[in-house]
Ligand binder design. Structure first.
Ligand code: CTP
Ligand code: MG
Length: 220
């Protein structure tokens, strides 16, 4: 394959608050994880798919997504990503894509891959921020209003040359919330392409409600 896609799916889904890990939650007949993997395959980017899940769910996940390589993750997202990198092949382009973004359209995958092929070592999808943003102190007092014009809300898939992703993860002090954040810290330029509202992350019960509505809408 030209590309490896690593899907971190080893989180517990604390903010969702259900009794099973988030990637294994049902969305109208198939799990978030299955929908996510099928979304990657539908994108037609000639990708090998590596899925990273909680250690006790490796066999279960392998049965759900037989086209993917499945490995056990770690306590933090970045550890899970590294477990995926370790078993991925030698593709020159590696994408990291949250399992929790199962509606990400094919166009976003292609835009990220195209930007890496065009020479960017690290690429992220981003959206303008709609709300007014204010900085507040611990007591809730507003300190100032932040100019939102140059801000972007960053999604996945995040794409890297293989060497850039490996270098980024070689120096992980545990603070970055995404892979591009690790790349930034070692001085790699990160390029933003257009994200998509459908690439939203299922994080809270509200997000799950939206996700289930979307599945219903497609089924009708
Ligand atoms: N993830 C992972 N390994 C971890 C933590 C997170 O593979 N140790 C994955 C999640 O499964 C998810 C993605 O990283 O697909 C984004 O993380 P997040 O939305 O925070 O998911 P959870 O960590 O599961 O949720 P929460 O933070 O609410 O517990
Ligand atoms: Mg988390």
């Amino acid at each position: 394959p030209l590309t490896s896609v690593i899907i971190p799916a080893a989180g517990s889904g604390t903010r969702l608050g259900l009794d099973q890990p988030k990637a294994f939650v049902d969305l109208g007949g198939s799990t978030i994880l299955e929908r996510c993997v099928h979304g990657v395959l539908d994108a037609d980017i000639n990708a090998e798919v590596v899925v990273v899940v909680p250690a006790d769910l490796v066999e279960h996940a392998a049965a759900l997504v037989p086209s993917a390589v499945v490995v056990a993750g770690g306590a933090h997202r970045s550890e899970s990503v590294r477990a995926g990198i370790a078993v991925s092949g030698n593709a020159d382009i590696v994408l990291v894509h949250d399992a929790a973004r199962p509606f990400t359209p094919p166009r976003v995958f292609r835009a990220v891959v195209d930007a890496v092929l065009a020479g960017h070592r690290a690429v992220v999808p981003g959206l303008p921020v709609a709300d007014t943003l204010k900085r507040v102190d611990g007591s809730g007092r507003v300190l100032d209003t932040v100019d939102r014009e140059p801000l972007r809300a960053i999604q996945t898939p995040q794409g890297f040359t293989r060497d850039a992703l490996i270098a980024a993860h070689a120096d992980d002090s545990g603070l970055a919330t995404d892979d591009a954040g690790l790349a930034e810290r070692i001085g790699i330029d990160v390029h933003v392409v257009a994200g998509d509202p459908l690439a939203f992350k299922i994080t809270t019960p509200w997000d799950l409600r939206i996700a289930r509505d979307l599945v219903q809408e497609v089924a009708r």
